[in-house]
Design a binder for this molecule. Structure first.
Ligand code: NAD
Ligand code: UD1
Length: 342
């Protein structure tokens, strides 16, 4: 019998790619999303790729009554993969209460539902942001959690703590937090991908929008960092590779392979790449020239951060496999596809 997985935020960027991987692995996917940062057409993309349309319920997870109704409608849920959140770092500084309310209340409601409706497993979308400015590189899961430099980052830290506290007193519950480094790219079909609203904040969407002519040039934020070419270094991971790690985490929970009721894993490639390396690789992969100018450092940015992935590779039996060139090409194909539609 197919196992039911609830994917919150499943019409969003990472949730939609994970829904595809789950459906392809034979899971029955139920998506809840209020579409605050995604669109209903994403379901068509998932269906075109997999041949299966996931169950979809549109509501705000801050509404606990709606969650009760959901759990009654789908009594066989075994896992919650909790992506739903507001995620814009800068915006979270402007409207912190919206971020704390949305991200915390939705998570608390889901944890309560796990207890009330006997849903034993959760996979939570956390972030490498919890490590702040790391003392040592690469960053292992044992690296200390540093004071967050934004309300958004703080919601990830607090939710991890809330999950741990809840699990400590509910021995039938288990959870895995996955700390993402920098997810990029799109599904190779170009039928789903990232849809940034307005001016992109992240590097790769800015690069693809520059290539297609929506932006005049890429602003490279700082070339005087303590890195080989002076530009910031990050660990960019293909979103499909990232999604596959969720499937591994779910299987680990369902197969009762966890070493403790609460586990944490880094999701990255283990390799740091600079802004200029991304630009050059994009040019090579796509044949598109990227105009760029050097700008001052962006406040809050750090020089260099990348993951130690040995623990997640070993324990999850998973590894990021898709090449950088293929990843950047997928981002470019997705950009071209959405502009064709609009
Ligand atoms: P996204 O904005 O594309 O997807 C999140 C989805 O959640 C959206 O579709 C949105 O409509 C929905 N949502 C938000 N609040 C909701 C609510 N209260 N009720 C119902 N639906 C709600 O973001 P993403 O990039 O796919 O990120 C997914 C998760 O991964 C988030 O928790 C994010 O914080 C985390 N994360 C993302 C990145 C990244 O670079 N994209 C990095 C680290 C962590
Ligand atoms: C940001 C978020 C982080 C989130 C991550 C992935 C901040 C402070 N952090 O991380 O919480 O988990 O995205 O979504 O916002 N860059 C440019 N020009 C641009 C955009 C970026 O030069 O137009 C540079 C940045 O200075 C950085 C690198 O590219 O060196 C990556 O930036 P970005 O994609 O925004 O990711 P992070 O800052 O690592």
């Amino acid at each position: 019998m197919k196992k039911f997985v609830l994917v919150t935020g499943g019409t969003g960027y990472i949730g939609s790619h994970t829904a595809v991987e789950l459906i392809e692995e034979g899971f029955e996917v139920v998506i809840v999303d209020n579409l605050v940062n995604s669109s209903i057409e994403v379901l068509d993309g998932i269906e075109q790729i997999t041949g299966i349309r996931p169950h979809f319920e549109k509501f705000d997870l801050c509404d606990s009554i709606k969650i009760d109704e959901l759990c009654k409608k789908y009594p066989r849920l075994e896992v919650i993969v909790h992506f739903a959140a507001l995620k814009a770092v800068g915006e979270s500084v402007e409207i912190p209460l919206d971020y704390y309310y949305n991200n915390l209340v939705s998570s608390i409601n889901l944890l309560r539902a796990m207890i009330d409706y006997n849903i034993p497993n959760m996979v939570f979308s956390s972030s490498a942001a919890v490590y702040g400015l790391p003392d040592k590189l690469p960053v292992t899961e044992d690296s200390p959690v540093k004071k967050a430099n934004s309300p958004y980052g703080n919601t990830k830290q607090i939710i991890e703590e809330i999950i741990l506290d809840t699990i400590n007193v509910n021995s039938n519950l288990e959870a895995i937090s996955l700390r993402y480094f920098n997810p990029i790219g799109a599904h190779k079909s170009a039928l789903i991908g990232e849809l940034p609203l307005g001016v992109p904040l992240n590097l790769v969407p800015y690069v693809t929008q520059t290539a297609i002519g929506i932006r005049d040039h890429l602003r490279v934020f700082g070339n005087d960092y303590n890195t080989p070419d002076g530009t910031g270094v990050r660990d960019y991971i293909n979103v499909v590779d990232l999604s596959r790690a969720h499937v591994s985490a779910i299987k680990r929970l369902l197969d009762k392979k966890c070493k403790s009721n609460y586990e944490v894993f880094n999701l990255g490639t283990g390799k740091g790449l600079s802004v200029m390396e991304i630009v050059k690789s994009f040019e090579k992969a796509t044949g598109q020239k990227i105009k760029y100018k050097i700008y001052p450092r962006r406040p809050g940015d750090i020089d260099i951060v990348y993951a130690d992935t040995s623990y997640s590779n070993r324990e999850l039996g998973w590894k990021a496999e898709i090449s950088l060139e293929e990843t950047l090409l997928s981002a470019w194909n997705w950009e071209k596809n959405i502009r064709k539609k609009s």
